[in-house]
Design a protein around this ligand. Structure first.
Ligand code: SAM
Length: 249
């Protein structure tokens, strides 16, 4: 069994059983290996921009002798994963500016994950500011000593997911028929897709009119994004109920 440093141990403890996770900038791969050994995560992606670290991770995986194929991906930031492919992202051991850059490169994708665990080595204030300005809530913070340093660990969640238990502010839950009531009805997908299209049009309109009056991250965009996510999840449930196989995302 891999023994984690105190810093990685705290990050591991922020991941609950049955979450799926991607470790962006995994390097040695210790965190994913430990999560797998402990049976915490069913699905784990190890991603890094450099080949060397992935080879290192591969060696460490082999050394565990579990004979398991891990999902190793080579590429920049979130480019290696699909939206919603996992529930939890970890980006640890990098500068705050680089973490911000990785998240900002595709804001829509970044917001598609339920939980983001960040451990910036520096530039923490820039990162916190960016998160709060771009529709995330900081839901938990931890401090941990590593040698001479005190490391900061930040857990962030997209605002609409945070409000998920009480989504009435989105209004959308009252606008769709109960799935059980309309099970098997062929029109439901078309009905919901039309609504999703409308929300996307709203977002595009705000973005194309982007100026001081319509800042890009205003409440209306967040509301529409939240409604879209809710409706996409609704469609997944419809497919499950109707026994359809969903390909891709
Ligand atoms: C210091 S290591 C951190 C390792 C591990 N996450 C930890 O916290 O112990 C940083 C890793 O991030 C990778 N990295 C740097 N920029 C990246 C990017 N844009 N996308 C993915 N990985 C990146 C580096 O190759 C390196 O392996």
């Amino acid at each position: 069994m891999i023994k984690l440093s105190e810093r990685l141990e705290i990050i591991a403890n922020l991941i609950d059983e049955n979450e799926t996770m991607a470790d962006i900038g995994t390097d040695h791969g210790f965190l994913p290996i430990a999560l797998w050994e402990r049976g915490i995560c069913k699905k784990i992606i190890l991603s890094d921009i450099n080949k060397g670290p992935l080879e290192k991770a591969s060696e460490n995986i082999k050394a565990t002798k579990h004979g398991i194929e891990f999902d190793l991906r080579l590429g920049n930031g979130l480019e290696t994963i699909l939206p919603r492919e996992v529930s939890t992202l970890v980006i640890a051991g990098m500068g705050g500016a680089l973490i911000t850059e990785i998240l900002a490169a595709d804001l829509e994708k970044s917001k598609s994950f339920e939980k983001i665990i960040l451990q910036p080595r520096n530039g923490q204030s820039k990162l916190r500011y960016w998160l709060l300005e771009n529709g995330f809530n900081i839901t938990k913070e931890e401090l941990v000593k590593e040698g001479l340093y005190i490391c900061e660990i930040i857990v962030a969640k997209p605002i609409y997911k945070e409000s998920n238990e009480n989504i009435s502010w989105l209004g959308i839950n009252f606008e769709l028929p109960g799935i059980e009531m309309i099970k098997g009805n062929q029109l439901i997908r078309e009905f919901v897709e039309k609504k999703i299209k409308t929300e996307k049009k709203i977002i595009n309109k705000i973005i194309s009119g982007g100026n001081k009056e319509f800042p890009l991250n205003n409440e209306k965009i967040l509301r529409s994004e939240g409604r879209i996510i809710f409706m996409e999840k609704y469609l997944e449930k419809v497919d499950e109920k109707n026994g359809n196989h969903i390909c891709g995302v």
